[in-house]
Design a protein around this ligand. Structure first.
Ligand code: ATP
Ligand code: MG
Length: 319
């Protein structure tokens, strides 16, 4: 049995189907769950970590059923939610030792040893005796992960681990996550950071309205997609291109398009000019994970109705 398994996992809040028949199998890898705001990522993590009851379907973590063996699941995982805070009046070491105590590690010397080991893994040993209030955002996040490691979890869940951190803080968090994965841990993260997911996740799943719409290795997902085209112009996308090219992103005067196989860049430029638009810039490039993400969450919006579609797409792209 994979460390994380879910079959037709579903959660309903009243009328709202927040998670809809989700199948997941994650084993010894970094798996990234991607999706727009409100697509059901946190709800999924909360069900897998036994924080939330499931409405239907099944899920197991470390081989234990999240419904009937919740205590065992909790013993083999750690969950770092988006907003938790270490006690700023304590030092880093004291914070981790406190967690060791909460997790029931017996003996003060054993707690000291374990705290030291976890602080070392997360690169915090040289600041361990400083008060946490003096830590940077990135160090605080690393401290939270250090705390989560004290009971040797086999599976680690992280909800948006790098949000609010600067470039070096982000890189450091991911380098540490990679190190944990190399030591054999299974890591499940949610994120809105496409570049980070593309670079660090072994596989990603993309969900929309609680439903998985794509999954795979980032490189396989980008390889399976045709080139994308960006056009800088003084007007909207010509109506005659709609249906022949999908609009992935529109920012100020630049639009990113995924053209049909039959449509060349030269032809797109001709259509723009024939429509009286001035084309300032053009580029053709291989897709990134962000492009895969955008086309994946666009899929199926046809059933929403033409009038609402633009509004819906804008909503989906809010982040
Ligand atoms: N306790 C709750 N009661 C009712 N609806 C809820 C509850 N928690 C979440 N929801 C709804 O379920 C849907 C999924 O929410 P969830 O928090 O799982 O999304 P998310 O993908 O984590 O979003 P974000 O990217 O903003 O963190 C949303 O429509 C949300 O409003
Ligand atoms: Mg969330």
């Amino acid at each position: 049995m994979n460390p994380i398994h879910a079959g037709k996992l579903s959660k309903r809040y009243g009328e709202l189907q927040a998670v809809d028949s989700l199948d997941l199998d994650v084993d010894g890898e970094i798996y990234g769950l991607l999706g727009p705001n409100g697509s059901g990522k946190t709800t999924t993590v909360n069900m897998l970590t036994t924080m939330l009851s499931i409405t239907s379907g099944e899920a197991s973590v470390c081989g234990y059923d999240v419904r009937t063996e919740a205590k065992r699941v909790r013993e083999c995982i750690s969950y770092i939610p988006q907003y938790i805070a270490a006690d700023i009046r304590l030092t880093g070491r004291e914070n981790v030792e406190l967690f060791a105590e909460l997790y029931g590690i017996r003996g003060r010397s054993e707690r000291r040893r374990k705290a030291e080991e976890c602080l070392e893994i997360m690169g915090l040993l040289d600041r361990a005796d400083d008060i946490t209030k003096s830590y940077s955002g990135g160090m605080n996040r690393r401290l939270e992960i250090a705390q989560a490691l004290v009971h040797d979890p086999r599976v680690l869940f992280l909800d948006e681990p790098t949000v609010g951190l600067d470039v070096s803080g982000r890189r450091s968090i991911w380098e540490h996550i990679l190190k944990l994965k190399r030591s054999g841990m299974t890591i499940f993260v949610t994120t809105h950071q496409m570049e980070e997911a593309e670079h660090y996740c072994n596989r990603v799943g993309i969900i929309r309205l609680g439903h998985k719409v794509n999954e795979g290795r980032p490189s396989d997902l980008t390889d399976s997609m045709g080139d994308v085209v960006t056009i800088g112009s003084d007007g909207d996308v010509p109506a005659s291109l709609i249906g022949r090219a999908e609009i992935l992103k529109q920012e100020d005067r630049e639009v990113t398009l995924l053209p049909d196989d039959s449509l060349t860049l030269e032809e797109i430029i001709r259509v723009y000019e024939a429509d009286g638009r001035k084309v300032f810039s053009t580029a053709k490039r291989r897709p990134t994970l962000e492009d895969v993400y955008l086309t994946s969450i666009n899929k199926g919006t046809e059933d929403i109705g033409t009038l609402d579609r633009n509004q819906y797409r804008n909503m989906m792209r809010r982040r």
